[in-house]
Design a protein around this ligand. Structure first.
Ligand code: AMP
Ligand code: MN
Ligand code: MN
Ligand code: MN
Length: 311
């Protein structure tokens, strides 16, 4: 493989602009002095079917407008957003099936992005039904904990915020703000919902192996989402990566949102060391000064490295 691509949001925004010229340029442009095919991919996005702000329709339309060529809607533990739009995808955009599945490895919560699976595969529909139930049970537990801390009404409140979406901690965070218990969602996580806080319910999700195997059995490919988010030592992260690969996992998400300097290099090293593929995604939830916009430009990722070549 060639040199290690270094990219971050700045690159991304430049290319985002360039990619909108793609039709006039006949689908190619000059990139780092080379003539390359424009390729803007986003394999990690959220719609209002989970904790994103945009409906799946608006998300798709926005992605098409902004020059994304291939994408997946990877809502937390649901494909309802994907199913609502998969029959009418804007011209020039290819939508593949996707979901960001919650699981656990030992006691640690891990996110696995599944891509390109058959949404009607029995293994997948069973798995998603289990996750629906796990999320409802967890919501009750979170509400119970909040009630015991003097904040009654959280379940009804968070469900109203979710408005039919797959319920998650962000809906509780929003309710905590609306009910006046905290000033911001960030603070809601810090005080009540984040790691080690009352609303952080552990030992709840299916095992990592089962999750990866479900994706594979459904004809899809499994990606280990944002591997550096789990705040593991290098040794633990290698062990996680090995467990993921042994279960049939295919790629690490080397670019998630706006990587910090050095993160991408760290993940590229792990990809090469363990002979895995690369996936990329904005993890877009909403417009925000901190998050990335839709689309990741992938022209400089070496041939053969991207998971998109297998989808
Ligand atoms: P859940 O899957 O229900 O456990 O919720 C996790 C989601 O909450 C993540 O995917 C993020 O979108 C969001 N989240 C996690 N931590 C924070 C935080 N500190 N502030 C705001 N949102 C967060
Ligand atoms: Mn989320
Ligand atoms: Mn995640
Ligand atoms: Mn995500």
């Amino acid at each position: 493989m060639g040199s290690i691509p270094r990219r971050n949001a700045r690159y991304h925004f430049d290319y985002g602009r360039q990619s909108r010229l793609a039709p006039q340029l006949g689908g190619s442009a000059t990139c780092f002095g080379r003539s390359v095919e424009i390729a803007v991919i986003d394999f990690h996005t959220h719609s209002a079917a989970s904790d994103g702000a945009l409906s799946a329709r608006d998300l798709l339309d926005r992605a098409a407008r902004e020059g994304v060529r291939r994408m997946a809607i990877t809502d937390h533990d649901t494909i309802a957003g994907y199913l609502s739009v998969c029959q009418s995808v804007p011209l020039g955009l290819e939508l593949i099936s996707g979901a960001e599945l919650s699981c656990q490895w030992g006691r640690v919560g891990i996110h696995i992005v599944g891509l390109g699976f058959d949404p009607a595969a029995p293994a997948m529909t069973r798995h998603l039904e289990g996750l629906d139930k796990a999320r409802r049970d967890r919501a009750e537990k979170i509400a119970h904990k909040l009630n015991r801390s003097g904040m009654p009404g959280a379940l009804a409140g968070a469900m109203a915020v979710a408005d039919g979406a797959q319920i998650g901690r962000p809906h509780f965070a929003r309710w905590l703000v609306l009910a006046g218990h905290v000033e911001s969602e960030e603070m809601a996580f810090k005080r009540f919902l984040g790691r080690g806080k009352p609303g952080d319910i552990s030992l709840l999700w299916p095992a990592l192996d089962d999750t990866v195997e479900t994706i594979t059995a459904s004809g899809g490919l499994a990606v280990l989402a944002h591997p550096l988010e789990y705040k593991m030592t290098a040794t633990r992260l290698r062990a996680l990566t090995d467990a993921f690969r042994d279960a049939g996992g295919v790629a690490l998400e080397v670019i998630n949102g706006r990587p910090k300097p050095g993160d991408t290099d760290t993940l590229w090293r792990l990809v090469r060391e363990r002979d895995l593929k690369v996936s990329v995604g904005s993890d877009f939830h909403r417009d925000s000064p901190y998050g990335a916009g839709l689309g990741v430009e992938v022209s400089t990722i070496p041939d053969g490295a991207g998971i998109w070549e297998q989808l």
